[in-house]
Design a binder for this molecule. Structure first.
Ligand SMILES: *Cc1c(COP(=O)(O)O)cnc(C)c1O
Length: 395
């Protein structure tokens, strides 16, 4: 019998199950390559963020193993006390060069990077202008700062400007923050126009490039490179857990700010440093992307093919302009059923529902990867067509 004080949890879980929003965890038993072992079954991977196939690359794995031998398994200290390895500094330098910014700070995750970067820059007397569809980690970082949060309409610089004009005078200073690539829809923020508004009103500028790094810009240098806005965005948040194939977050930008974060960012001061193995693998990934644009080009070629074919089959793939391919289904239960049937057919593509996306906009999100061969993609397309017809999503 559940204790009386905890009965409400059972009720909430029941409601989640009834509305098709309960998250069923699948268990992985292989690297996240083109094919992977999920719940004991070999399936085509259309689901992970391994955009460039780096997660299983020998160079990353060798670098990780060598780092364990040289530095041990864990640093056992926060960066600010005894946890800053030469490897961390090397990675920060390599990443700053790759992104053509002055400096960069490596933290434990992209999620954490937003918590590291936002609270030191704005506080109770300040205001944050935030895109309506910003990632949860931006929202949480903004909340931690205790600044006033004003939401502007999605990718709408005119609405941003109207809200800045009306509200900024009541506050000490303002910050504008947006996802670069929106992770659930695959659309891209109009960064040049957002920058123009920010410059006009003197706002601090921040963009979260988690799905842009390794994807957009020259050789995957990210959204700022894509728009040619080098030196204009004060802070770029990034992650090593997607295209770079490892784990960790990055705060890149002006040296003045990054150095300030080394004094103030709480995840840097109060949570232990990233392991040598992870750091070395990240460094190997940055070095590979610095040396060659081949993987990024393959990613875009695959993206063009897969999305074109999906549209041809009659699927609604939303407004994506990136490898993120939302297959819009609307109803959360339909999305779950679609994902289950795909899995039975040997394709791994998860359903995504509320609260990750708004109510009524449930979808299957396909992540295209450079690791997929043409045959792999054709296999996936054939199964999408079969399940789509069986569930009356396409004719
Ligand atoms: C995935 C994502 C994050 C979180 O990155 P992790 O390294 O997985 O913690 C942060 N911001 C955005 C926009 C993301 O898409």
């Amino acid at each position: 019998m559940t204790e009386q004080k905890l009965v409400w949890i059972e009720e909430e879980v029941k409601a989640l199950k009834e509305s098709g929003l309960f998250i069923n965890l699948r268990t992985i038993d292989s690297p996240p390559g083109a094919w992977m072992t999920v719940d004991g079954k070999r399936v085509l991977n259309l689901c992970t963020n391994n955009y460039l196939g780096l997660a299983d690359d020998a160079r990353l794995k060798d670098a990780a193993k060598a780092a364990i031998d040289r530095f041990g398994a864990g640093p056992t200290a926060v960066r600010s006390i005894a946890g800053t390895l030469s490897l961390h500094k090397e990675l920060e330098r390599a990443m700053a060069e790759f992104k053509r910014v002055e400096d960069a700070l490596y933290v434990q995750a992209g999620f954490v990077a937003n918590q590291a970067a936002i609270p030191p820059l704005v506080g109770k007397e300040d205001v944050i202008f935030s895109d309506r569809l910003n990632h949860a980690s931006i929202i949480d970082g903004a909340r931690l700062s205790r600044a006033k949060i004003i939401v502007y309409e999605h990718c709408d610089p005119a609405d941003l400007e109207a809200k800045v004009k009306e509200n900024l005078p009541q506050y000490r200073r303002g910050l504008v923050v947006t996802d670069g690539v929106f992770s659930m829809d695959g659309d891209v923020a109009p960064l040049d126009k957002i920058y123009a508004v920010a410059e006009k009103y003197g706002l601090i500028t921040m963009v979260d490039d988690a799905h842009g790094e390794g994807v957009l810009g020259h050789g995957g240098r990210g959204i700022v490179d894509h728009f040619g806005l080098h030196g204009k965005f004060d802070v770029e948040i990034g992650t090593f857990s997607k295209a770079f194939g490892v784990v960790g977050g990055i705060v890149a930008g002006k040296k003045l700010i990054v150095d300030f974060l080394r004094q103030k960012a709480r995840p840097f001061l109060f949570s232990s440093a990233v392991t040598p193995a992870d750091t070395a693998a990240c460094l190997a990934a940055v070095q590979m992307l610095t040396a060659s644009t081949d993987l990024v080009e393959q990613l875009w070629e695959n993206t063009k093919y897969f999305k074109g074919q999906m549209k041809g089959l009659g699927f609604d793939v939303g407004n994506s302009v990136t490898p993120i391919t939302p297959v819009m289904l609307g109803d959360a239960k339909l999305a779950q059923a679609f994902s289950r049937q795909l899995f039975e057919e040997g394709v791994f593509a998860m359903a995504i529902g509320f609260p990750t996306v708004p109510q009524g906009l449930a979808r299957i999100r396909v992540m295209v990867s450079a690791a997929l061969s043409k045959d792999d993609m054709n296999f996936g397309l054939e199964k999408f067509a079969k399940v789509g017809k069986a569930l009356n999503v396409i004719a």
